[in-house]
Write a protein that binds this ligand. Structure first.
Ligand SMILES: *Cc1c(COP(=O)(O)O)cnc(C)c1O
Length: 788
C-alpha cells in the first residue's frame, strides 16, 4: 500500500516535477493509472505467454467504445478499497479522480460498446480473446447543445496522454496501398479479468508515415508539400467514421478498414509463425477471427493474400484455411447499413485484394451453377454485382459461422434478409444473443445495489455467475427487501439529480418517475414517438389542468450523426418541447423534459441506475438486439417497449406482466408494409393530427432550417427513398399512449412497482456478456478457458 503511494509520488516527480500537494487532479489521475499499469505488467506477460501455446480468438472491430478505465480496472483488480483509502490518507477522493478521466470513445454506440463488454467478459471468464482496432486520434465527437441544436466538437481524448496504453513501435508493420505504404504502430491496452489472473490485450493501430517529412522540400521552404505525405498517412487513424458523403471520404474509410485489418492479420501470422513455424494447415487450430459487422471483412482476402503471395500456398488451400478461421457477426438488417464498395476503389487502392475477391466471386458462381441455381438468383447473390462488392456476402461465403445478435434478429436474417444464404448454408447460421458486462453496468455504476445483492444472496461469487440473481426472486413479497430496493433507486436518482444540476444546470424532482430514453438518435429508434407522446400528455393537461398524473421526468440522451439532418431535427424538436413544457405554469412541474448533453458511456453509468422506466420503442424488426435495454434491466428497471430485438427475450425472462409491451409485432409490420396509410390515421385522429402539426403550425421554431417541415413531410408524404411514416410512428401511437397510462397507474402502487423492479433484476442473468462470450467460445471459436 505504501509502495503504491511511493510509486505515485515518483511518477508525479518524474513526469510533472510535482508533489502530491502541488499536483493537479489530472496529474494524480495519470500517476495513479500508471502506478496500476506498472503493477500489472508482469502478470500481463504471464497471460500472454500462457495463451501463446494454445488457440486464441481475435475480435476485429472498427469500434471499441471502452469508456473510462480507472474505476473498472480497480474493480477487476479488487483494489478499489485499497486505493480509495490510500487517497483519503492524503486528502484526495477517488471518485473525483475517476471523474477526471476522458472516455475512450472509439465507437459510435451499441456495436462498439458490445466489443468493449466482450473484452471485459472474455478476460473475466478466462477466454483468450484479444481485440484489434484503430487508435483514432479523435473518437466520437463531443456534443454541445446550443439553442436546442446539436453542435459537434473534436473529441480530444488524448490531450493529456493515455496512461492505459503502451506504444510498441518495435512491433510496427507496414501496410501497402496502391498509392503508397503506411506504417501501423500498435498501442496495447491490458484487459484485466475480474478476480482472475488473466489479462488480455486490446491492440489498436495508429497510422504513421514511413518518412517524417520530405527533407528536400522543407529545405526548399515548401512547408506544406514537405509534410503532405505525412498528413496523408496520419489521416487514416485521425477520426472515427470520417464523413463519406464524397469520394475522398469513402476512400479514406476504405483505407481505415484495410489499414487495421492488414496490420492485424500480419500480426497474427507473425505470432503464429513464432510458435508454429509455417504449419499453416493448422492455422485455424490456433487462430479464430471474429468479424464485428462488415467493416473488417476485407480480412478474408487479406489472409488469403498473405498465405498465397508470402507463404506460397495455393488459392484453394488459402481459401480452405480462411473458411475455417473466420466468423461473422451481423448487426443490422437496415438496408442502408449493408456495406457495399464500388469496385473501382478496390482496383485503385487494393489491386491485389481486388484480384482475390474476383477469384472468390468466380469460384462462388461456379459452385452455384454446379448446384443448378437459377441465373437470376446467382446474380442476386454473387459477391461482385453491378460493380459493387457486397461485404456481407463475402463474409458469409468466407466464414464458417454467421450469427445474429438476438433470437428475433437471427430469425429475420434466416427467413427474410438472408434467406437465400440460409437455404445455401443452413449450418453456418447461429444466434448469439448480446450481453453486457455486469462489472461495469452493475458493480461499478451501482455499488449500492451491488452491496445489497451480496447481502441477500448466499453466494458471495454471484457477480461471476449472474444467473445467481435468480436467487432474489424469493424476496418478491418481502416488504423490507422491496423497500430497500426502492431506497437504493431513490439514492441513485438523487445522485443523478445532483450531477444533472452540475453539468446541465437543470433542477429535477427526484420523486418524479424518471423515464429515460438514451441511445443513438435514429428514426427507427423512434425518439419522435416518445416526443409525440409527451405532447399528448401536455395537451391533456392543457385541456384538463386538474388531471391526476404521477409527476414524470422524461430524460433523453442521444448523439445524431453529423450528416443526419432528420436526427438533428428531432433533437431540436425535443428541445423545443422541453422549452414549452418546462415553462408552462399549467404543467406546474408535473412533467419535465430534459435532453442531456453528450451522452456517452460514463454518462450512461449515472443514468441507467437512476431510471424508473426504460424506453425501448423501436419499430419491431429494426433493432437487432439493443444492449441499453439490458443495462436498465440489470439496474432493476422495467421496460416500456415493442417486441423487438432482445426486448423479446427480456420479457421472456422477466415476464410480460413486469414490463409494458405495446405496438405492432415484427411480422405485423412486415404484413402491413404494402398498404400502410398513415394519412388515414392522421385525418381520423384529431389529437394525433394536432401533435403532428406542431411541426408546422408555428407552435415550435426550427430557426428557418426547414427541418420540422421536412419531418412532417416524411411522416405524411414520405421521401424519394421511403414510404410515408416509414417507422410506423402513427400506427403505434395509441398503443404507446395506452402503455404509458398503464405505467402511470402501476407506479401508484409502490409495492407492485417494486416487485416489477425486482423481477427484472432477478431475471437479468441471461444478459451477462459472460454468457455470450462462453457461447462464442464453445459454439464458434472452439476455445477453452485458460487458467493463468
Ligand atoms: C449501451 C450503449 C449504447 C447502446 O444502446 P442501445 O439502447 O442498445 O442502442 C449506445 N451508447 C452507449 C454510450 C452505450 O453505453
Amino acid at each position: 500500500m505504501n509502495t503504491y503511494l511511493e510509486d505515485i509520488k515518483f511518477i508525479l516527480k518524474s513526469e510533472y516535477s510535482k508533489t502530491l500537494e502541488t499536483a493537479t487532479k489530472q496529474e494524480i489521475y495519470q500517476a495513479l493509472s500508471k502506478t496500476l499499469m506498472v503493477s500489472l505488467t508482469d502478470q500481463w506477460e504471464v497471460s500472454t505467454k500462457a495463451y501463446a501455446k494454445g488457440k486464441q480468438a481475435f475480435y476485429l472491430s472498427a469500434e471499441f467504445l471502452m469508456g473510462r478505465a480507472l474505476g473498472n480496472n480497480l474493480l477487476n483488480l479488487g483494489q478499489t478499497e485499497t486505493f480509495s483509502t490510500l487517497l483519503e490518507s492524503v486528502n484526495l477522493n477517488l471518485n473525483e479522480i475517476e471523474e477526471i478521466e476522458e472516455d475512450a470513445g472509439l465507437g459510435n454506440g451499441g456495436l462498439g460498446r458490445l466489443a468493449a463488454c466482450f473484452l471485459d467478459s472474455a478476460a473475466s471468464t478466462r477466454i483468450p480473446l484479444h481485440g484489434y482496432g484503430i487508435r483514432y486520434d479523435y473518437g466520437i465527437f463531443k456534443q454541445l447543445i446550443e439553442n436546442g441544436f446539436q453542435k459537434e466538437e473534436a473529441d480530444e481524448w488524448l490531450k493529456y496522454g493515455d496512461p492505459w496504453s503502451i506504444r510498441r513501435f518495435d512491433e510496427s508493420v507496414i501496410v501497402h496501398f496502391g498509392d503508397g505504404d503506411v506504417r501501423a504502430v500498435p498501442y496495447d491496452t491490458p484487459i484485466i479479468g475480474y478476480e482472475v489472473k488473466n489479462i488480455n490485450t486490446l491492440r489498436l493501430w495508429k497510422a504513421e508515415a514511413l518518412v517524417p517529412f520530405d527533407f528536400e522540400k522543407f529545405n526548399d521552404q515548401e512547408y506544406d508539400l514537405a509534410v503532405k505525405s505525412k498528413n496523408r498517412a496520419e489521416d487514416i487513424s485521425r477520426v472515427l467514421y470520417p464523413n463519406d458523403s464524397e469520394d475522398q471520404g469513402k476512400i479514406l474509410r476504405l483505407k481505415q478498414q484495410y489499414f487495421f485489418v492488414s496490420a492485424s492479420i500480419q500480426d497474427m501470422v507473425k505470432q503464429f509463425k513464432q510458435t508454429h513455424g509455417d504449419d499453416f494447415e493448422h492455422f485455424s487450430d490456433y487462430v479464430a477471427i471474429q468479424l464485428n459487422d462488415t467493416h473488417p471483412v476485407v480480412a478474408i482476402p487479406e489472409l488469403m493474400r498473405i498465405l498465397i503471395d508470402e507463404e506460397h500456398l495455393t488459392f484453394k488451400k488459402a481459401w480452405q484455411i480462411a473458411n475455417k478461421t473466420f466468423s461473422y457477426t451481423n448487426h443490422t438488417i437496415l438496408m442502408e447499413a449493408l456495406e457495399k464498395w464500388w469496385e473501382g476503389f478496390y482496383k485503385e487502392l487494393l489491386p491485389r485484394i481486388y484480384e482475390i475477391i474476383v477469384k472468390i466471386d468466380k469460384q462462388f458462381v461456379a459452385e452455384l451453377k454446379a448446384l443448378n441455381y437459377d441465373p437470376n438468383v446467382i446474380q442476386k447473390m454473387r459477391i461482385i454485382s453491378d460493380h459493387m462488392i457486397h461485404m456481407a456476402y463475402l463474409a458469409i461465403y468466407g466464414s464458417k459461422a454467421i450469427n445474429g445478435v438476438a433470437e428475433l434478429h437471427t430469425e429475420i436474417l434466416k427467413h427474410q434478409e438472408l434467406k437465400d444464404w440460409y437455404a445455401l448454408f443452413p449450418n453456418k447460421f447461429q444466434n448469439k444473443t448480446n450481453g453486457i458486462t455486469q462489472r461495469r453496468w452493475l458493480a461499478l455504476c451501482n455499488p449500492e445495489l451491488t452491496a445489497f445483492i451480496t447481502e441477500l444472496l448466499d453466494n458471495p461469487d454471484w457477480l461471476k455467475d449472474l444467473e445467481s440473481l435468480k436467487g432474489l426472486a424469493k424476496f418478491e413479497n418481502d416488504d423490507a427487501v422491496l423497500n430497500r430496493l426502492m431506497d437504493i433507486k431513490h439514492t441513485k436518482k438523487l445522485q443523478l439529480v445532483e450531477y444533472i444540476k452540475e453539468v446541465e444546470g437543470i433542477e429535477l424532482n427526484p420523486d418524479a418517475i424518471f423515464d429515460i430514453q438514451i441511445k443513438r438518435l435514429h428514426e427507427y429508434k423512434r425518439q419522435l414517438l416518445n416526443a409525440f407522446q409527451i405532447l399528448n400528455l401536455y395537451f391533456d393537461i392543457k385541456e384538463n389542468p386538474e388531471n391526476e398524473i404521477v409527476p414524470r421526468t422524461f430524460i433523453f440522451g442521444a448523439k445524431a450523426a453529423p450528416g443526419y439532418q432528420r436526427a438533428k431535427g428531432i433533437i431540436k424538436f425535443i428541445n423545443e418541447i422541453a422549452e414549452l413544457v418546462n415553462n408552462d405554469a399549467d404543467v406546474n412541474g408535473r412533467i419535465k423534459v430534459v435532453f442531456v448533453t453528450n451522452y456517452r458511456v460514463s454518462y450512461g453509468e449515472k443514468l441507467f441506475p437512476a431510471a424508473d422506466l426504460s424506453e425501448q420503442i423501436s419499430t419491431a424488426g429494426k433493432e437487432a438486439s439493443g444492449t441499453g435495454n439490458m443495462k436498465f434491466m440489470l439496474n432493476a428497471t422495467p421496460t416500456i417497449g415493442t417486441l423487438d430485438g432482445a426486448n423479446v427475450e427480456i420479457v421472456q425472462e422477466a415476464g410480460m406482466e413486469n414490463n409494458f409491451i405495446f405496438g405492432a409485432k415484427s411480422e405485423e409490420i412486415e404484413a402491413m408494409k404494402a398498404d400502410y396509410d398513415p394519412v388515414e390515421i392522421y385525418m381520423s385522429h384529431p389529437r394525433l393530427k394536432k401533435i403532428v402539426d406542431t411541426l408546422v403550425d408555428g407552435t415550435f421554431n426550427d430557426e428557418g432550417t426547414g427541418w420540422f417541415k421536412e419531418l412532417h413531410h416524411s411522416l405524411l408524404m414520405g421521401a424519394s427513398w421511403h414510404q410515408p411514416d416509414n417507422y410506423f410512428i402513427l400506427h403505434d401511437f395509441d398503443a404507446y399512449v395506452e402503455a404509458q397510462k398503464a405505467v402511470n397507474e402501476a407506479y401508484k402502487n409502490k409495492k407492485e412497482w417494486a416487485k416489477k423492479c425486482l423481477a427484472n433484476l432477478a431475471n437479468a442473468g441471461k444478459f451477462s456478456s459472460d454468457r455470450t462470450i462462453l457461447e462464442y467460445a464453445k459454439d464458434i471459436w472452439n476455445i477453452v478457458q485458460i487458467d493463468v
